[in-house]
Write a protein that binds this ligand. Structure first.
Ligand SMILES: Cc1ncc(COP(=O)(O)O)c(C=O)c1O
Length: 450
């Protein structure tokens, strides 16, 4: 008789159920959160009054590990020069480092080609880049006449009510400029995307659908495949705002079925000032340049210019060099920890937090209250106590950093009939102890407000 091998047992899928019939999957290694926390110098800082920092605002901007800080410092101290144009040693070292960051990002998101990764300033710029690529029917094509990027009255752009303003305003501006109509999916009471009207909302008139992968307020992770399938049927383009997705879960851009994916470096352990637009090569080729300037041209004469191939066509001027290199280091860090492990850890922590928050009387979660298909973004109202008061007391008395307000999602707050929420957003370095501290802090806030 063979005895069970504990090591082999440990390699069984955590998600596998006994009778599911699915083949065993390798277990996802757990995170060593204590070790991870040591990589983030700021997490050991004491706030005024000697309170330890409890940082629950990573949905806003994440903290940075020493590995990212060091790579950026080392580049500035030893290799820094402008990229692409300087032929000296530092110029080529800097260019190599910048382009190697592009390789890292491309591999991280499963991009079929490195040139499909365009560096932008942030996610907002990446979305604007795509929105600005569309021209009205009466505008001159200027050499970029692809019909997929032309629209006018009678055409439609589809978004949702749960979008960040960055994925609303550029499309409103496009519709104002061209006469196209903006339409949107609603949100259910539970905080899920309402795709009941999918076939009606996403139709042959829809030129582009742009949706968030994970809501920055509700935490909801949207199921993209039915929308991607329908977009293929109707010939519509599909863009994903993955600003809250790429930092927290494995994302393979091809598997999403999207044509464009935007995300932002500072929410995924990288610096500010760097974002990414991934797009299918054939579409990026067909799009006009976004900004004009140095490095995006092939030739320039006083009579006119021709443009460089992608990605240079979209990277006018001196790019955020050190920031891109920092993002490359962040991608290295996330890959070494393992995105499946990060996702699994955050799911466990979210489950714990949702349970723990239930103990706080009058607290109402805005978003799914079960941990299925949702990330660790926990927005809530606490009776009729103003979120600004909640945030201030948590900060002043408990050292807890949360975000309060509408989180750049006013239409979503209006949908739920509230002006603002308090939002705790989790990341790989947060712990159950920090959730417990949050719950204690919220009980205290209630006591203060009677
Ligand atoms: C879902 C979502 N989209 C877009 C953005 C905009 O990111 P950035 O400000 O880096 O452009 C954010 C930032 O909060 C976000 O949460």
């Amino acid at each position: 008789m063979t005895r069970a091998n504990p090591a082999a047992e440990a390699v069984r899928a955590t998600a596998q159920t006994v009778d599911s019939g699915t083949p065993p999957q390798p277990a996802i290694p757990p995170l060593d959160v204590d070790a991870i926390r040591k990589d983030f110098p700021i997490l050991s800082r004491l706030l005024p009054g000697g309170r330890p920092l409890i940082y629950l605002d990573s949905g806003n901007s994440s903290q940075k590990p020493v590995q990212v800080i060091n790579v950026m410092r080392e580049h500035l101290e030893e290799h820094y020069a402008n990229v692409g144009r300087a032929l000296h040693t530092l110029g080529s070292e800097s260019t190599d480092a910048y382009e190697s960051a592009r390789d890292k990002v491309a591999e991280f998101i499963g991009a079929p080609a490195r040139d499909e990764v365009v560096f932008t300033k942030n996610a907002s710029e990446a979305i604007n880049l795509v929105a600005r690529s569309f021209r009205g029917r009466s505008e001159p094509a200027a050499g970029f006449g692809d019909e997929r990027f032309r629209l006018g009255p009678g055409d439609e752009v589809l978004i949702s009510e749960m979008e960040h303003h960055s994925n609303i305003v550029p499309w409103q501006m496009l519709c104002e400029r061209t006469g196209a109509t903006l339409r949107w999916f609603g949100v259910t009471d539970e905080g899920r995307l309402d795709i009941g009207d999918l076939d009606e909302l996403l139709n042959e008139r829809t030129k582009i659908v742009s949706l968030t992968l994970q809501s920055n307020v509700l935490g909801t992770v949207n199921s993209i495949s039915p929308i991607a399938r329908r977009a293929r049927q109707t010939g519509s383009l599909l863009m994903l705002d993955a600003s809250q997705g790429v930092p927290h879960m494995p994302v393979d851009v091809v598997e999403t079925g999207a044509d464009f994916v935007a995300f932002t470096g500072h929410k995924m352990l990288g610096p500010t000032g760097i974002g990414v637009l991934w797009g299918r090569a054939e579409l990026l080729d067909a799009m006009p340049p976004f900004l004009g300037g140095g490095e995006m041209i092939e030739t320039v004469s006083m009579e006119g210019s021709t443009y460089a191939p992608v990605p240079a066509k979209f990277e006018a001027g001196t790019p955020p060099i050190v920031e891109a290199i920092g993002l490359g280091a962040a991608v290295d860090y996330l890959s070494a920890v393992g995105m499946p492990s990060i996702k699994q850890y955050e799911q466990e922590l979210t489950r714990y937090a949702l349970d723990a928050l239930q103990d706080v009387p009058t607290l109402r979660i805005i978003g799914p209250s079960n941990p299925i298909s949702r990330g660790g973004t926990l927005s809530f109202v606490l009776g009729d106590i103003h979120p600004h008061d909640v945030g201030q007391i948590l900060d002043d008395e408990f050292g807890i950093a949360v975000r309060v307000g509408h989180h750049c999602a006013r239409p979503l707050h209006r949908r739920f009939g509230i002006p603002a929420t308090t939002r705790a957003s989790l990341y790989l370095y947060n712990t159950r102890d920090e959730i417990d501290a949050l719950v204690r802090g919220l009980h205290h806030v209630r006591t203060i407000f009677g």
